[in-house]
Design a protein around this ligand. Structure first.
Ligand SMILES: *Cc1c(COP(=O)(O)O)cnc(C)c1O
Length: 234
């Protein structure tokens, strides 16, 4: 049987090399691209293994699971939320995650802002755009106009800092469909940055194990890699 634990460091090294190749192939500086280790469902020991191999950024999709892992991880490791956030979990999520990548409504942003104000902190968020027509990806702003009218309001919230945008490409083989999904997110990101002169709006979170090279070609600054680092999830 293959021992996945011992291969985590090696997997990270491989991914970093692939990120570098993808970046260079399109004339980008690999240092502009941050690697997130998506550790959802994986035991703490595996996160620590990744930490020891140099990883400082982790992605989780369940609030409770993330709180437990947060407690055990060294302080200089950050956990960001990449899964959908239910409003009844906002209270626990704010402050636990260094960034909430999955904000997809004005209402949710307002709840996050209110909780951040209670705690006296500023919560970093990304706005998630739905760029795939598929059922699998139900989260994210589905309509660009809705996105912009929400953004106009979210900008005004004092205890939220909008760091950028996130999207999930469709789970298909067709590279053109995947690319066009990333492109939609990047174009919207650039439009938003220009229209509102947003400060600190520098993160474009796109790309997973199967499609991160395409995402990098389309401008991703953060790639979210799970199975290629930790192995398949069951
Ligand atoms: C699970 C997940 C990932 C990682 O997926 P892999 O294919 O295992 O790399 C990335 N982003 C989001 C939003 C996820 O839910």
């Amino acid at each position: 049987m293959i021992c996945l634990m011992n291969s985590i460091a090696r997997n990270i090294e491989t991914i970093l090399r692939e990120i570098e190749i993808a970046a260079k192939s399109c004339g980008r500086n690999p240092d502009e691209i941050q690697l997130m280790a998506v550790s959802k469902t994986k035991p703490l020991e595996m996160l620590l293994e990744a930490y020891n191999a140099g990883m400082r950024l982790f992605g989780e999709n369940r609030v409770h699971e993330a709180i437990e892992k947060r407690r055990e991880l060294p302080d200089d490791a950050a956990i960001e939320l990449i899964g959908h956030l239910q409003s009844n979990k906002v209270k626990q999520a704010v402050g636990t995650f260094s960034c909430i990548q999955s904000v997809d409504s004005l209402k949710l942003a307002e709840k996050i802002n209110m909780r951040a104000e209670e705690l006296g902190i500023v919560q970093d968020i990304l706005l998630e755009l739905k760029t795939a027509d598929q059922d699998e990806a139900k989260t994210g702003f589905a309509d660009i106009d809705d996105f912009f009218s929400a953004l106009e309001q979210i900008i005004l919230l004092k205890n939220i800092r909008i760091r950028g945008m996130m999207t999930i490409a469709p789970f298909v083989r067709d590279e053109d469909l995947i690319r066009s999904s990333f492109r939609t997110c990047r174009d919207t990101f650039l439009k938003a940055a220009e229209r509102y002169e947003l400060k600190d709006f520098d993160t474009l979170s796109m790309g997973m194990s199967g499609d991160f090279a395409i995402a990098i070609e389309e401008g991703a600054t953060l790639v979210r890699i799970g199975s290629s680092i930790f192995g398949t999830r069951f």
